[in-house]
Design a protein around this ligand. Structure first.
Ligand code: CAA
Length: 386
């Protein structure tokens, strides 16, 4: 019996099988590369290829479009297992699925789905999501990137920032303001290939954590799109963004659970080995208190996350639940990673052990796909409406 065996959430046979496959892949292929990915800011192209073959790069995409047709619970379990091994690999896969594939799957026409989904789902093409800008993150409706309608063309100008997968992506889902006077009702969403004339990528960001997940800006200089690129209604882009982020938040929550789990596993191992005052440090009550808080918060985060995913699978409303999962799981990841460093003492502060990596990786989960402050706004405002 290990500490993870006490956790129980009803999974289907398929979900259990997917969890086992993801765990075994994460242990055998991802974990051995995690330190290199972090230290060398190495993009794990070979893992992306393997994840394509395993069906992870199109986890919830229906089989008719080349995907694995899995549930959102299964998708969450895959991300959790990947993140327990390497948080960078987990976000490469989850940004691709949650933020690029999902809006095409949910808002694309039949032609758009047939055109974009098969290569994305196979991992032959990598996707990204271009919403944030140098001056706009949380206030997502306040976009400076503009799109002007000229005849049957849409001309895009502006800069998008903090684009996960930006340096490597082939396909982007883009948001631009088509009528700034209309605020959130004047935003258009597009799907396009990144090899279009006029699109350039900024230099990869040098980040605190998730160092193998490449991030850059995307610069649009009079880029020509057409109605074939439009996702949803011409003024319906904000709805596409919000819907997409609701699902994405379950993905980040799953990533956070994985980082928290890895932090506890490492802390526990060390607490059993390291001795002070003649006994393993895990026998001291102060260390046990840390471990107790960690495992309690991890299980609570997993229940919140899987329950939000199950709600999404059942077609019910899950906006507040996704934000609650993301808020609680990301704060848990930072808490657990911090305690993991503390338990390791000086060894937690050097790169020889993964503890310090967990702490650097955990922090971003409180920032991207909606900061903790935004999650509290979403949760509070939904409660007022329910
Ligand atoms: N789900 C569905 N609809 C939503 C929604 C949600 N979570 N939040 C708002 N809406 C709808 C509202 O119901 C409203 O609809 P109507 O027009 O029909 O009335 C409309 O959107 C506008 O709502 P608000 O007036 O509340 O909008 P707002 O401008 O005040 O902003 C916000 C609301 C919740 C703060 C929103 O701006 C937000 O979520 N901001 C955070 C954005 C974010 O997460 N950015 C992360 C960037 S992606 C990323 O991290 C990149 C990466 O690569 C990882």
């Amino acid at each position: 019996m290990g500490w993870e065996d006490g956790f129980h959430f009803e999974l289907s046979d398929e979900e259990q099988m997917v969890q086992e496959t993801a765990r075994s892949f994460a242990k055998s292929a991802v974990e051995p590369l995690a330190a290199k990915i972090d230290r060398e800011h190495y993009y794990p192209g070979e893992l992306v290829k393997a994840m394509g073959e395993l069906g992870f790069m199109g986890a919830t995409v229906p089989e008719e479009y080349g995907g694995a047709g899995l549930s959102n619970v299964a998708y969450s379990l895959i991300i959790e297992e990947l993140a327990a091994a390497c948080a960078s690999t987990a976000i490469i896969m989850s940004a691709h699925n949650s933020l690029c594939i999902s809006p095409i799957q949910n808002f694309g026409t039949e032609e758009q789905k047939k055109k974009w989904l098969p290569d994305l789902a196979a991992g032959k093409k990598l996707g990204c999501f271009a919403l944030s800008e140098p001056g706009t993150g949380s206030d997502a409706a306040n976009l400076s990137c503009t799109v002007e309608k000229r005849g049957d063309k849409y001309i895009v100008n502006g800069t998008k920032n903090w684009i996960t997968n930006g340096p490597k992506a082939d396909v982007a889902v883009l948001f631009a303001s088509i009528d700034r006077s209309k605020g959130h009702k004047g935003i258009a969403a597009f799907v396009h290939s990144l090899d279009l004339k006029g699109v350039t990528r900024g230099k990869p960001e040098d980040k605190l954590g998730i160092c193998g997940s490449p991030t850059s800006s995307l610069i649009y200089d009079s880029v020509e799109l057409t109605a074939e690129n439009l996702l949803g209604d011409e003024h319906g882009g904000f709805k596409v963004a919000m819907h997409t982020l609701n699902g994405g938040r379950i993905g980040v929550a799953s990533q956070a659970v994985g980082i928290a789990r890895a932090s506890l596993a490492d802390a526990l191992r060390y607490a059993k080995e390291r001795k002070t005052f003649g006994r393993p440090i895990g026998e001291h009550q102060s260390i046990q208190n840390y471990l107790a808080d960690m495992v309690t918060r991890i299980d609570a985060s997993r229940y919140l996350t899987l329950s939000a995913a199950r709600l999404k699978d059942s077609g019910r409303q899950y906006i507040r639940e996704a934000s609650m999962a993301k808020l609680f799981a990301s704060e848990t990841a930072r808490f657990c990673a911090d305690r993991c460093v503390q338990i390791h003492g000086g060894y937690g502060y050097v790169k020889e052990f993964p503890a310090e990596r967990h702490l650097r990786d955990a922090k971003i989960t409180e920032i991207y796909e909606g900061t903790s402050e935004i999650q509290r706004i979403v949760i509070g405002s939904r409660l007022m409406k329910e």
